[in-house]
Design a protein around this ligand. Sequence first.
Ligand code: FAD
Ligand code: FES
Length: 256
Amino acid sequence: MITEQIPVIQNEEVTEGIFRLTLRSKQIATGAVAGQFINVRVSDSPVPMLRRPFSISEKKGDTISILFNIVGVGTRILASKRKGDLLDVLGPLGNGFAPFLTDQKFELAVIVAGGMGVAPMPFLLSSLPRKTESIVLLGARTAGQLVKTGLDNLSIATDDGTEGARGNVVDLFRKRVAAFDPTKTKVFSCGPTRMMQALSAVAAKHSIPCFISLECDMACGIGLCQGCPVPAARGEKKYVLVCKDGPVFNSHSVYV
Ligand SMILES: Cc1cc2nc3c(=O)[nH]c(=O)nc-3n(C[C@H](O)[C@H](O)[C@H](O)COP(=O)(O)OP(=O)(O)OC[C@H]3O[C@@H](n4cnc5c(N)ncnc54)[C@H](O)[C@@H]3O)c2cc1C
Ligand code: FES
């Protein structure tokens, strides 16, 4: 993990209010695995003081990309960055999906992404073990907020029915879950907490291993401030830290 000033290569609005920011850092790109994140100081001014965390969405050569939507002051500043600007970035951080890709063999990866939870999925798909099949269930509020780049075998759900099935992405999963062989399937998910709670429950009911990438407010991003605890469901610890122990967890191991 390193902190460095790295240059913006590109910052493009891919769809309404959603940006893909590409940065050049050989050191971060070399060390990064799918599901890890970077913690970005968006401005030299005192506001906002804290860094903002973003999943690494893709890595290509010595570049990494993040995908973000504008929700507040930090992301608004980030959206204004231009090619050549320097950003103070800490990363790669956290434990990604990697341990869960190799611990037990599987043949089908079911990716379930809601909203900006789509961000880490292109990197995850490119990291799957050879010959693993994949399907992607993608949900968003409306068609204009779907980001499909880097995703294959897509099924879509939108809350307003403007693309794909009307409803949420967990409904899509529910409709297909009976066809998944629990001994050969793993589910990987990122999205709003309530979505992942519902998904984890359905996966558990069908005995399908499910791995979730959690989001929460963060400060240091490296396990020092204790600012990102979630209750642990197993083991000796009462709490685990999203930034250091996650953000990716086996859904059985945490209460979300
Ligand atoms: C490990 C991790 C990875 C993330 N990856 C991505 C990503 O790839 N793309 C992306 O768009 N976002 C991602 N996020 C969320 C992102 O960090 C926040 O959206 C961002 O920090 C908001 O900063 P802001 O200054 O614009 O908003 P603020 O002004 O800080 O907040 C605006 C509003 O958003 C809410 N908010 C802020 N952060 C979060 C959060 N983490 N979860 C829910 N609500 C929040 C605040 O409570 C407030 O209501 C990730 C978060 C974590 C912890
Ligand atoms: S954000 Fe500081 S411990 Fe996790």
